[in-house]
Design a protein around this ligand. Structure first.
Ligand SMILES: C[S@@+](CC[C@H](N)C(=O)[O-])C[C@H]1O[C@@H](n2cnc3c(N)ncnc32)[C@H](O)[C@@H]1O
Length: 267
């Protein structure tokens, strides 16, 4: 598959998930975006900000709560941007590798869990830095290699038993893109390829309030599952969720997402 074909498949899977995303993964991603924005090396208050790979708007909301004066969002998936669009900042469909903005347009550029879809996240960081003014900041977060919870396997097994199998785009993202930002060393390498003098940190974000139903909804709403889940009838969907809950069992650890954050001031 060409890179363009792969990119179109990623965007189409995310577009298919939008509503399910915000009902499941959304509550997790909103909190993680707040953690990312809190760690900006420059103040967000009063400035302009770009949300790259904005999805349903987690980082846009975090930036506005932190006092950003103007936020603009871009994503490759029109469906994700369309979700609740009337209450969100202006948005455009665009590729993280070709942002439709002039150099030095924003004070802060945030890419929350989006550059980890790129086989070359360094190129995504360089493009984020290009549109950020000197003295501003780039923040890019990704899942760490040790980001584990048994609900991931429980939901995947329940879906596979119902007929789901991973799409080619998902295999490519998980093998050829995710590892490139999944450790401190990988994050530092990507930042250095982008010419950024970055502070790369590992962060754990706990979700003690998430019950088993919330955990299963998180996984079922992920883009790699959502198109298949959407093809199921209401009863079939409930049966898969019940199977996933049974596979998870009665005892499971509190979810604690493990993330890598690249934070850099642009010179
Ligand atoms: C895991 S979701 C995260 C969404 C949002 N930032 C959040 O934290 O909830 C990843 C998003 O990145 C977008 N994305 C993936 N590859 C992209 C690319 N090359 N350019 C722009 N957006 C991309 C997807 O469409 C999706 O909306």
């Amino acid at each position: 598959m060409t890179q363009e074909g792969h990119q179109a498949s990623v965007a189409s899977a995310y577009s298919a998930t939008a509503g399910a995303w915000q009902r499941g993964p959304g509550r997790i991603y909103d909190r993680m975006a707040a953690v990312v924005v809190e760690r900006s090396p420059v103040t967000v208050t009063g400035g302009s900000a770009l949300d790259v790979g904005a999805g349903t708007g987690a980082a846009s909301r975090a930036l506005l709560r932190a006092g950003a004066a103007q936020v603009v969002a871009v994503d490759a998936a029109a469906g994700m941007l369309a979700h609740d669009a009337a209450r969100r900042p202006p948005a455009a469909v665009a590729d993280a590798l070709a942002l439709p903005f002039a150099d030095a347009s924003f004070d802060v550029t945030v890419a929350a869990f989006s550059l980890n879809h790129l086989p070359d996240p360094g190129a995504g960081l360089a493009e984020a830095a290009r549109v950020t003014r000197s003295g501003g900041a780039v923040l890019a977060s990704a899942y760490a290699a040790d980001d584990f919870h048994p609900v991931k396997g429980a939901v995947e097994s329940a879906l596979a038993a119902a007929g789901w199998s991973p799409a080619a785009w998902y295999d490519k993202v998980r093998t050829a893109a995710v590892p490139k930002l999944a450790t401190l060393e990988a994050g530092r390498r990507a930042a250095s390829l982008a010419g950024l003098d970055a502070d790369v940190v590992a962060i754990r974000v706990p979700f003690p309030d998430l019950d088993a139903g919330g955990l299963v909804a998180w996984r079922m709403g992920m883009a790699q599952h959502a198109p298949f889940v959407a093809s199921l009838g209401v009863g079939e969907r409930a049966a898969v969720a019940a199977d996933a809950l049974a596979r998870l069992g009665g005892e499971w650890p509190t979810l604690e997402r493990s993330i890598i954050l690249v934070r850099a001031q642009v010179h």
